[in-house]
Structures are given as C-alpha cells and as structure tokens.
Write a protein that binds this ligand. Structure first.
Ligand SMILES: [Zn+2]
Ligand SMILES: [Zn+2]
Length: 430
C-alpha cells in the first residue's frame, strides 16, 4: 500500500497545500496521485499520454519546468512516475468495475496552485497548524488541493463496494488557472465514449453542507500577453531618435477599457500587468502588457478579443513600434445537462451531511473544464459542474484563502452517490 493511501483526506489536502505547484509544474502532485491510483489498480496515462502537448497554453520555459521537476523529486515525489511523465504534468486514471456495458463516467478535478504568496500570520489556519505553503510565491488559493484530494477520495470510496458498475475515468487536470490545461486535455482520445462527465469546485462562497448540482454558464475568457518593441534613445539628447514602446503600451491600456459594451450581453476587460524595464532617462524600447477579456457567450468573448487586437495594433502604429501577441490561456462556456443535474441533486439530498441543495446557479467566473464538458456533450454525453460548499474564510485567489476540510468527504459522497445512481439508472434502461 502506497504511503499516500494511508493519509486521511484532510492529511492529503494539507500535504498538497504545503507543497503547491502552479500550472504545468504539478510534478509532485501528479506523481503522488499516480502512486495512490496505481496501488488501487487503475490504468494510468501520464504526461504526454494525458494531454495534447502541442495544444498546451501558457507553458513556463524549460528552465522553470526543470526546476519544478527537480523540486518535486526533492520533496518526495516517487521517481518512477516522474520518469513516466517526462516534462509534462497531468494524469488520467481509468478502471472498470464489473459490467463493460455499464456507463463510462469521467470525473475532472484540477491540481494547480496560483502564483501568489500565502498569508504568514497566526490568524491564518494553515500557518498556525503548520501546513502553509513552503514554496515562495505559490499557493493553493482556489481549493484545487481539495479537488485533487476529492479525486483520490472517490477512487478509494469505490474500492470494496459493488454498488457502482461501469468505467471510471479520473481526469487530474493541470493548469486550470489562466485557462491553460483544459483545452489540451479535452482533445485527447480519453474523452471518446464518455457518457457522463462530472467536474466540481469547492467553496465559491457557499457554506459547508450546501451543494449546487449544476453550476453553469461561466464567462468565456481569453488571456493575451502583448510585447511592444521600439527603439531606445537618450531621453535628453536625442528623444526624436527613439520609438517609445511604453507610450504604445499605455495608449493601448487606455483604449482597451474604452471598447464599447455589447447589446447581446455582459463583457469584461482587464489589464493586470504592465512592465517596461527602462531607466528614467531612456526612451523605452520594450513594454509588455498582460490582459484578459471575457464574454457571456463565446461570440461576445470573440468580439472583445477582436476589438482588443484592433486597439493594440493601432496603438503600436501611433508610436511606430512593432508588437507581438501570445495567447496565454482561454476558456469557453457551457450549460449543464438537466437529467444529470437532477440526478446529482437527488443524490445530494439523500446525504445527511448535505443541508441545502440548489439545482442550478450561474457560476460568474470562468472555468476551463468547459472544454471537456463541451467535448462530451458534442459526442452525445451529458455533463455537469458541481459546487461543493466549503465555508471558505476568505475569497478565492486571496492570501488568506482556506477551506473547511469537512467539505472533502461531502464532495466524495456527492459524486459517489451520483455514480451509484447512474449505474442503477443504466440497468433499468436495459
Ligand atoms: Zn481559481
Ligand atoms: Zn479554481
């Protein structure tokens, strides 16, 4: 028995919380999960066998990947799985229980942390109880440590029960933050023939014991990095000889926020970062901006992206500088399927640990499980995205984020009871 399978759910979540890994660096997380599921008899697909490598977005450079892999080994990741992964994180684990005619159910959980620093005062429980992040500028501030734990918990719970018959595919997705890992996982053959797909998220400002059976209609989102390149010059002696990249960048920023709203629905835009590493007396030759757009529908997101590209192009033209853009990440939108939502809601209501069940709600944020969900729906399957209340003490993506660990078992139980209902429903259909 792998040591990780002797951890309770809370212990596993705390271990992952202590060693957070940002997108495409989830080497330790992937390897530990692989070890746990290997022991439980799952067939494993790791790294390039789990994601379409060429479709990955926002991948850190080779040095950063190398350092993250070395760090994972140093922090106890089993080497055999690191070897199978190569330089690519991500895992799909598959196991059939009983009847091969029974449904194929995919469960998608994400594994990545955020690039931010965790609070370090004793009012913050992870610090007080010794499981705050040991990795500078990386933190599980969205609850994905809990999602990974729930994925392992579901696999454990299915052992020794005969109430579920069918095939389970567990999708442990890298790089959800920024919308970078969903697309390359969604295009793999592992999504072929999935009858039902369940994705989930902890917290989202819901109390522990509250379940949202069908969170849907997330905003479509695209993130782009833009580099303006001009010509440096002495700002006093020969300013006319320069071509000012920083002026182009700031002109772009002002006008990006001036993109008109759209009659068909909600849109968003935000520039989160601008960098131009030049001294006061140098005409800036390089300026980078990092921005995102969102839309209530895929079309509205395209409208924002097209408008943003136009603004960037002409801002560069005004100052006679060159520019290049790179897509950092993207997500699309989806609607959950009513039949599956109803089944999740009925299952949740049957659990003593669940006191409030909401059938449907709009999620508001963006989510790249959308690509896996769309793919399953396009092929005739059904999908939903479940919200699992976890009384998060601070908002998602804040330095004081933490979850109520009682929610981990609730999450496992909601999915497992749904799985049992799905195989019963299938049997009565035949
Ligand atoms: Zn997040
Ligand atoms: Zn999240």
């Amino acid at each position: 028995m792998a040591a990780i399978n002797e951890f309770s759910l809370a212990e596993l979540r705390r271990d992952l919380h202590k060693y957070p890994e940002a997108g495409w660096k989830e080497f330790r997380t992937t390897a530990l999960v692989a070890e746990a599921l290997d022991t439980l008899g799952y067939t494993l697909y790791l790294g390039a066998d789990a994601v379409d490598v060429d479709k990955r977005l926002g991948v850190p450079d080779d040095d950063e990947i190398h350092r993250a892999r070395a760090r994972a080994l140093d922090k106890g990741a089993p080497e055999t799985y690191l070897d199978q992964m190569g330089p690519v994180t991500g895992l799909i684990a598959e196991k059939t229980f009983g009847d091969e005619h029974a449904p194929v159910v995919g469960i998608r959980v994400d594994m990545d942390a955020l690039e931010m620093t965790e609070a370090s005062d004793s009012d913050h429980r992870p610090e007080r109880e010794g499981f705050a992040s040991r990795h500078p500028h990386e933190m599980h501030a969205c609850g994905h440590d809990g999602h990974t734990t729930i994925g392992v918990g579901i696999a454990r719970a299915l052992e020794g029960t005969d109430t579920f018959t069918g095939t389970i595919k567990l999708f442990f997705q890298p790089a959800e933050e920024g919308g970078r890992g969903g697309l390359p996982m969604s295009t793999t053959a592992h999504l072929n023939g999935v009858d039902y797909l369940i994705a989930l998220h902890l917290g989202l400002d819901n109390e522990t014991g509250k379940i949202i059976a069908g969170y849907d209609r997330p905003l479509s989102n695209a993130k782009i990095d833009v580099m303006f390149r001009g010509e440096s010059a002495h700002a006093g002696k020969a300013p006319n000889e320069g071509r000012n990249a920083l002026q182009a960048a700031t002109t772009a920023i002002q006008n990006l926020y001036a993109i008109p709203r759209h009659e068909e629905g909600a849109t968003r835009i935000n520039v989160g970062q601008v960098r131009s590493p030049n001294a006061q007396n140098v005409i800036s030759d390089r300026a980078e901006i990092r921005l995102e757009v969102r839309g209530e529908t895929a079309n509205l997101n395209e409208y924002m992206l097209g408008s943003a590209n136009r603004v960037i192009e002409h801002a560069a033209g005004m100052y006679d500088v060159e520019y290049e853009t790179a897509l950092y990440g993207k997500t699309t939108t989806f609607e959950a399927d009513d039949e599956l939502v109803t089944m999740v809601a009925e299952g949740a209501q049957s659990l003593d640990s669940v006191n409030t069940t909401v059938k449907r709600a709009q999620i508001g944020a963006s989510e790249d499980a959308s690509y896996l969900i769309k793919r399953v729906q396009e092929e005739g399957g059904q999908a939903t995205y479940i919200g699992i209340g976890a009384s998060n003490v601070s908002g998602h993506h804040t330095s004081r984020f933490d979850i109520d660990e009682d929610a981990l078992e609730i999450g496992v139980n909601v999915v497992v009871t749904t799985l049992e209902r799905l195989s019963t429903a299938q049997k009565t259909t035949f």
